[in-house]
Each structure stands twice: as C-alpha cells, then as structure tokens.
Design a binder for this molecule. Structure first.
Ligand SMILES: Cc1ncc(COP(=O)(O)O)c(C=O)c1O
Length: 400
C-alpha cells in the first residue's frame, strides 16, 4: 500500500491490511506515518468559499475524515460518517424519518436505543413496534403502510439472539423501508451487513472498534450516496461530531481490530464451552455453541461468533450478584468490547428499568450474567470465574 491511494480501492486488500492502512497515508510533507490530531476549529480560505476542503471542524476535520474512510473500508461501504457517540449515530438515522412514520425493531434492542425510540421520538409522533426479530414472519407482520425503517441488532444483548440479516433486509425492501443494523457486537471483522442487504450500518465505536475503553464514539456507513448526503446534512446540522483526539483514538484502535477480535472469539468459545459443562450453570447463551438456536444463521452470516456471552446460574439474584462482585480479573462494569474482561448482571444493572415480570418473559432471568470476554489469558479468566462461582454459591463445583 503505497502512495497511490486511489488505486488501493481497498477491496483488493484483506481486512487485516485495510484496518491498518485504509484512509491513512503517510503525511506528504513530513512522511509521518500516523494521522495527525488536527486540533483545529476553522480553516483559512483563499477567497470567500475558496478553501482546501475544510471550512469548519463540525462540518469536517481531517482526522475525522481519515477515520471515516477507514471505517467505510472495514464495512465494505462507499461512505462513512463519524459521530460523538453510538447514540448520536442512532439519533441521526432517526433524523431521516418524518412525523407519522413507523419503525419495526427488536424487543431486545440495546436499552439506550429503546429509550431514544420511546422517550424521545414517540414524542415526535414516530411509532415503534417491538417484535421478536428472530422470527421473520413476526417482522413481516409488523410492517404497515407507514413503516419507513427496520432497525435491528444481531447478536442481541444480552441473550445473543441471532437475526437473519438477509431475510430481514429483504422484508424491509419489499415494503419500501430502509434497513439499518447496529453492528456494534459483531464488528465488521465478523459481519458486514451492507453485503447482506442492509442500507445503513450503525456502530458504537466505544466498544470493539475503539477497543480500549478510552473513547466514546459512533459511526454510520452506507453504499447509498443520496442517503449519505442526508446523513451528512444531519451530522453537521445537529453537530454531534467527534473531536480530533477521539477520532485519533478510534483510528489507533481499528488497527488492531482483527487480532483483538480473533482473541476475543477464541477466549469466548473456550469459556462458553467450559460454562456449558459447569454444574452450577443452567444455560449458556453464545452463538458459537451448537445448542444456540441461532447457531446456523450465525455460522452463515458471521465469520466467527464474537466475544460476548451470557449465562444463567442455578442461583438466586443475590447469589448471582455475589458472583459478579467476587471476580478479580473480570471487572464489574457495564459496556463491552475493550481488551479487558467485564462482567455484569443485567437484572439489577443494564436491564433494571424493565419491570421484573416483563424481564422474565423476555428470558432475562434474575441470575443471568453477561460477560464481555477480554483478551487476557483464557486460563486466568476461567480460574477467576470458577473461584467467583465457587465462593458465591453454596455448592462449590470444584471444577476447573
Ligand atoms: C449495541 C449498542 N449500540 C449502541 C450503543 C450506544 O453507544 P454509545 O454508548 O457509544 O453511545 C451501545 C452502548 O452500550 C450498544 O451496546
């Protein structure tokens, strides 16, 4: 990958190469390899309106431009837009809609997504139907004349349900609606929804793409130039754009995305198999296990099964709380996708806002534990979980 940046139209190179180089050329003046942090708000114009591509940093900033090109390349997209957070990117997709429009979405979407749908945009007279997205018939049945958007996540949080992206996108298009996918859990290393028919991919860059739990960001990717123009209008008009330091940090993160994801997946697979054999564990939710109901679709549309998993203990809410409080390497924290392992209990934490009956009906038991498997040594991670489970539960398993 040398200086002829147009010729490396990226599809020639594999994702391991593009993650490091796409959108990033050595500085032509200094030869510096790394994209500079353009800490700058405004740009000199030679005459009114005659500028060198940049006028004002909310509208465009060179560090952000490199990040957007890099992310677009990873998702096999023609266009990319970066935002100040994953929520800002989700908000921008909703900006495309009009009063009276209807959205079909999953009954287990990320809580913040559910919140912006019901507590912000319902007030603007958008309507939302929350359905079981693993059932294409249910998705289809929810469509109405006013449906303008199908919004989905796969794998979902925290039960790792798998949605058939190709099937869902086809339903959206038969009904003249857009299909947008939050690809945060899978990342483009494992799943590229635009190739499967989606119109827009959304990311929380805060998670695997940043990868080091040190930055908050979001992105939207598409192959549709007109759609990108509209997203760009709202990106600038609303103004939730990332600063250059944040853009730089994500660019630094994406360079190692492939190697990190390989280790996340490998560790998660080993831990899922270990948990599946553990006498105190009732159920493991990991799409890489053949017992997972979405395993076959996941195997078709993903290159591997990711670093997120959940499991249900044969235990009370309090005992499960003791397990997540007892780990040493796994940090008790919300969020996911960093190099370090995190553990959390959805019932009193990420999903506490859902009334208990409703939560149980959705399959989120009191003793459910969600894990973001990091890239530490897997034997240390298993020993940590084993000790935490043993010391919290009355009947120690003694298994390692
Ligand atoms: C799947 C998913 N989408 C979107 C978001 C929102 O991203 P952010 O926290 O960067 O606004 C999150 C955050 O946890 C998430 O898990």
């Amino acid at each position: 990958m040398d200086d002829d940046s147009d010729s490396r139209s990226d599809d020639e190179f594999r994702i391991e190469t593009r993650s490091i180089h796409a959108g990033q050329d050595p500085n032509p003046e200094t030869g510096a390899l790394m994209t500079p942090i353009h800490a700058n708000s405004t740009y000199e114009q030679d005459a009114p309106g005659d500028h060198r591509g940049y006028e004002y940093s909310r509208t465009g900033n060179p560090t952000r431009t490199d990040l957007e090109a890099n992310l677009a390349s990873l998702e096999n997209a023609d266009y990319g837009r970066a935002f100040a957070s994953g929520m800002a990117s989700i908000n921008t997709v909703l900006n495309l809609l009009e009063t009276g429009d209807h959205v079909v979405t999953g009954n287990d979407v990320y809580g913040g997504t559910h919140r912006i749908f019901t507590q912000v945009y319902e007030d603007y007279d958008l309507e939302f139907s929350f359905v079981d997205m693993t059932d294409l018939d249910e998705i289809e049945a929810a469509f109405r004349d006013e449906t303008a958007l199908l919004w989905l996540e796969t794998p979902t949080n925290p039960l790792m349900s798998i949605v058939d992206v190709e099937g869902a996108a086809a339903i959206a298009h038969e009904n003249d609606a857009l299909c947008a996918i939050d690809n945060t859990f899978a990342t483009p290393y494992l799943q590229r929804p635009l190739d499967l028919g989606a119109d827009i991919v959304s990311h929380s860059l805060t998670k695997y793409l940043g990868g080091h739990s040190d930055v908050v960001g979001g992105a939207l990717l598409t192959n549709d130039g007109e759609l990108d123009e509209r997203l760009g209008f709202y990106q600038n008009a609303v103004g939730a754009t990332p600063g250059p330091f944040d853009a730089f940090l994500v660019l630094r993160g994406t360079k190692t995305l492939p190697v990190r994801m390989e280790r996340h997946c490998e560790n998660a697979r080993v831990i899922a198999e270990w948990l599946a054999d553990h006498p105190d564990v009732d159920r493991v939710y990991y799409p890489g296990l053949e017992s997972h109901p979405g395993h076959e679709i996941a195997a078709e549309q993903m290159d591997d099964f990711g670093g997120m998993l959940s499991f249900e203990l044969d235990a009370s809410l309090e005992e499960a709380s003791a397990v997540v409080s007892n780990t040493e390497i796994f940090t008790l924290a919300e969020s996911l996708g960093g190099v370090e392992s995190l553990i959390e209990q959805p019932a009193p934490m990420t999903h506490a806002a859902i009334p208990r009956e409703e939560r149980l009906e959705a399959g989120l038991s009191d003793s459910l534990i969600r894990v973001s498997v990091g890239i530490e040594h897997v034997d240390d991670l298993i020993a940590d979980l084993d000790e935490a489970i043993d010391s919290a539960l009355a009947s120690p398993s003694g298994s390692t």
